[in-house]
Each structure stands twice: as structure tokens, then as C-alpha cells.
Design a binder for this molecule. Structure first.
Ligand code: NAD
Ligand code: TYD
Length: 332
């Protein structure tokens, strides 16, 4: 299987490339612009694999995309501006990469003879889940610039299936956790700060709920959708593990042996979605289930960050300008 993996030097993309190359019957070409969030260190361990190829390029550049999609069977499109806070600080990047970058890729895909085009969407396109877990037919009600840009791309992918017959499959997962996540997201950022004995800026009352999915379980879900997903269909991928943020933070502090006095309640994120929750019945019918037990997966993840201090420090440095500005108001 010849894969084109956009954003394959980021968090989920790098884990996915590693996962697929382990099978022994795949080639993976990564197309990644190496923004602050992308890092070749994330794929260093597979870079000498004969099936691995890296192309530095921007999904917003039509020629780069046309070149990269040559001789591809399956596109898995991860590349995106992925951080809510950054998109609130300045929505332009999310709109450009997530909407226009996806459109570029779809256009190139029309000319390519693909078996599958997997679009990595998100649970956030449904907006906050105040009632029952969201199903694939529920309305999209994104509330922030990041989720609105992902919803735009998600709908454009659906349109390309209907209009041009592109074999699109939409994947909508909940919050992932695991190694190689950029330290602007809750778990790696708070590990970084706790390891340095710095305060942890909890937004609002810290009772917002996320459904945590281990990245390894998510990689298996994407692999299954390539093999058994139906073109034109949408699949939710939940972790079945809903936790208030404070519970996640307390477990992290316990694993690191750091005091809860590091927790500091700060001004809330504007438009903060209080809960995400997905119904996973549809992908479960294909034979997928989340395997990783939460406390074990979380403790292993926290230990990975503790053992990769240099990776954390170097990663934070690349995105420091934004982090300093954003948290200046929040006691950084
Ligand atoms: P990430 O921020 O860790 O990585 C994004 C990658 O995309 C980076 O390697 C970056 O360099 C690359 N990139 C950004 N802009 C680019 C551009 N214009 N051209 C080429 N490459 C570019 O993101 P992630 O957390 O791994 O998320 C991957 C995908 O999964 C995203 O589409 C995101 O919306 C989706 N998603 C993530 C989560 C989560 O919890 N992390 C949950 C649901 C969905
Ligand atoms: P995040 O990792 O940014 O992912 P998302 O916004 O996609 O869910 O945030 C996870 C939760 O943690 C979310 O409810 C916001 C909260 N949070 C904080 O309280 N403080 C922080 O500094 C960050 C980054 C997140």
C-alpha cells in the first residue's frame, strides 16, 4: 500500500506512519511543511526504513501537492493548524491550512487514481455535546475558528465524494493522548511545566470534559477505515473515557510526584466547549474498539514526556512566541 500522509511529522501523523511501516507491506510518503508543530525528530526512528520518504511542502501549494500525490493508493490527510488557542489568537492560519489546504489536496486527488482519501476531521465539528454522545448524522455546530475550519474542510470532502465520486472517508475522533504531542496541548504542556515546578494554567473551573483516546488506538482505527471503511461514510472514533480536566491533571501530577498546589485557575478560553462526546457504534460494527486502559495509558504517556525533557524543551522553543503572548494574561 502506497500512502501519502500529510502532517506526518506531527503528533498523530508520526504515530500513524510508525504504526503502518511496522506492517512491512506499506510505503509512506510524508508531506509536511514542518511548522512549529512538525518535527523530523518525531519520525527519526523510521527515517531509515526503505518504505519511508519525507517531502517538505505546504498543502496550500498546488504544485507541491500534485508532485507528492504521484503513485499514491491512499491519502491520509492529517496536516492542519490544530490548536484551538492559536486559532482564537489569530484565525487566519487555521482557515488557510485547514480549508484551503484541504481543497488543494482534494483537487490534486481528482487527478490521481486513489483507492481511498481519508480525511482526519474531529469531534469538535459537532460543537459541544450537552446531551447524548454525538452520532455521525448529527448537525455540525462548530463554535470556534479551529472547529469551524475543520467543519468547512469536512463538508468539502463530503462534497467531493458526491460531486466527483472521490473515495472519501471521514474520520472524527476525540482528544488523543500519547507520545509526540506538541506541548501546547493540555497533557504535554502541563507535563513540561510541572517538571519545571511551574504553575499549571487551568481554564475556568477545570470541569470541562474531554473523551481521551490513546493515539495507538486511533492509529488502528484509521488503518481499519482504510481497509474496511465505506467511501462516502463518516466514522466517529471515541475513547469511551470521558474525564473532567482536573482529573486528568491530578493523575498526571500523581505520576510525576508533583504537588496539586501547582494548579492555578486562570481566565477561561473564549467560547470554551464544556464537553465533547461521541457515539462509536458505527466503527465498532467494523470490528474496532479502544483497547488502551486509561490509567495505564496516561501514566505511560506522562513517563514518556518525563523521559523526553530535551524533546519538550526544544518543541516549546519553536512555539514560544505564541505561548508567551497567550499566557501573559494567564500568569505564565
Ligand atoms: P499536530 O499539530 O501535532 O501536527 C500537524 C502537522 O501538520 C505538523 O507536522 C505540521 O508541520 C503539519 N502542517 C501544518 N500546516 C501544514 C501545511 N500548511 N502544509 C503541510 N503540513 C502542515 O496535529 P495532530 O494533533 O497530530 O492532529 C492531526 C490531525 O488530527 C489534524 O487534522 C487534527 O485536526 C486532527 N485531530 C486531532 C486530535 C487531537 O487530539 N490531537 C483530535 C481529533 C482530530
Ligand atoms: P487542548 O489540549 O487544547 O485540546 P482541545 O481544546 O482540542 O480539547 O485542551 C484540552 C482541555 O484542557 C480543554 O478543555 C482546555 C483545557 N486547557 C486548560 O485548561 N489549560 C491549558 O493551558 C490548555 C492548553 C488547555
Amino acid at each position: 500500500m502506497r500512502l501519502l500522509v500529510t502532517g506526518g511529522a506531527g503528533f498523530i501523523g508520526s504515530n500513524f506512519v510508525r504504526h503502518m511501516l511496522r506492517r512491512g507491506d506499506c510505503r509512506a510518503r510524508v508531506l509536511d511543511a514542518l511548522t512549529y508543530a512538525g518535527n523530523l525528530d518525531n519520525v527519526a526512528d523510521v527515517s531509515s526504513d526503505p518504505g519511508f520518504e519525507f517531502v517538505r511542502g505546504d498543502v496550500c501549494d498546488p504544485e507541491a501537492v500534485r508532485q507528492a500525490i504521484r503513485d499514491t493508493d491512499v491519502v491520509v490527510h492529517f496536516a492542519a493548524e490544530t490548536h484551538n488557542d492559536r486559532s482564537i489568537h489569530g484565525p487566519g492560519g487555521a482557515a488557510a491550512t485547514n480549508v484551503m489546504g484541504t481543497l488543494n489536496l482534494l483537487e490534486a486527488a481528482r487527478e490521481a487514481d486513489l483507492d481511498r482519501f481519508i480525511f482526519i476531521s474531529t469531534d469538535e465539528v459537532y460543537g459541544e455535546a450537552l446531551g447524548p454522545p454525538k452520532t455521525e448524522t448529527d448537525r455540525l455546530q462548530p463554535r470556534g475558528p479551529y472547529s469551524a475550519s475543520k467543519a468547512g474542510a469536512d463538508l468539502m470532502c463530503q462534497a467531493y465524494h458526491v460531486t466527483y465520486g472521490l473515495p472519501v472517508i471521514i474520520h472524527r475522533a476525540t482528544n488523543n493522548y500519547g507520545p509526540y504531542q506538541y506541548p501546547e496541548k493540555l497533557i504535554p504542556l502541563f507535563c513540561y511545566r510541572a517538571l519545571r515546578g511551574e504553575s499549571l494554567p487551568v481554564y475556568g473551573d477545570g470541569m470541562q470534559v474531554r473523551d481521551w483516546l490513546h493515539v495507538g488506538d486511533n492509529c488502528r482505527a484509521i488503518e481499519l477505515l482504510i481497509e474496511r471503511g465505506e467511501p462516502g461514510e463518516i466514522y466517529n472514533v471515541p475513547g469511551d473515557n470521558e474525564r473532567p480536566n482536573l482529573d486528568v491533571i491530578r493523575l498526571m501530577l500523581d505520576e510525576l510526584g508533583k504537588p496539586e498546589s501547582l494548579i492555578s485557575f486562570v481566565e477561561d478560553r473564549p467560547g470554551h466547549d464544556v464537553r465533547y462526546s461521541l457515539n462509536g457504534g458505527k466503527i465498532e460494527l467494523l470490528g474496532w474498539d479502544a483497547d488502551v486502559e486509561w490509567e495505564d495509558g496516561m501514566r505511560r504517556t506522562v513517563r514518556w514526556y518525563a523521559e523526553h525533557r530535551e524533546w519538550l524543551e526544544a518543541s516549546v522553543k519553536r512555539g514560544e512566541d505564541f505561548l508567551k503572548q497567550w499566557y501573559a494574561k494567564r500568569g505564565w
